[in-house]
Write a protein that binds this ligand. Structure first.
Ligand SMILES: O=C(O)CCC(=O)C(=O)O
Length: 146
């Protein structure tokens, strides 16, 4: 897991969480066994070629991910992003890009969120900062073809 930066409104900021990414065929070959076991199960269940894996470590309540939709290549007609939660619970929120309705899930150890269809293109999601939280890891499985 490593610290990264992101550019926001022309400013370089430290991303408020640690991240790990496995995106090349060689990376996927070398996934840690438990991450690979989950990938194999998700692949069987959702029939998508999950060839890109990303993990976030939220060290405490100050770590977060801001409102966003994942970038999905337009060539993918029916994308699925499957995310497994590990560790301490955190609030996960979703809202339509156009509109205010907010859905909130309290994600705990072992919970799986599957975002499919047009949800990445028409909805936003976030893990907001909170006053106190224990460490949480999310592992997201995406596909770049299919
Ligand atoms: O931690 C989560 O459940 C969401 C992570 C996320 O939105 C992302 O990695 O793009």
């Amino acid at each position: 897991m490593e610290s990264t930066t992101q550019e926001l409104y022309g400013k370089v900021m430290v991303t408020p969480r640690l991240v790990a990414r496995w995106t090349s065929p060689a990376d996927i070959q070398a996934l840690p066994p438990v991450i690979e076991q989950m990938r194999a199960l998700l692949l069987m269940r959702y029939e998508r070629p999950f060839d890109s894996v990303g993990a976030n470590l939220y060290r405490d309540g100050r770590d977060s991910v801001a409102w966003h939709g994942d970038h999905i290549p337009t060539s993918i007609v029916d994308p699925v992003v499957a995310t497994v939660s590990l560790g301490q619970p955190r609030r996960f929120v979703m809202r339509p890009r156009e509109g205010k309705t907010e859905l909130a899930l309290a994600l705990g150890m072992g919970d799986l969120v599957v975002m499919g269809g047009s949800s990445q293109r028409t909805w936003l999601h976030a893990v907001p900062k909170v006053a106190t939280a224990g460490p949480r890891i999310s592992v997201a499985y995406r596909h770049s073809t299919g």
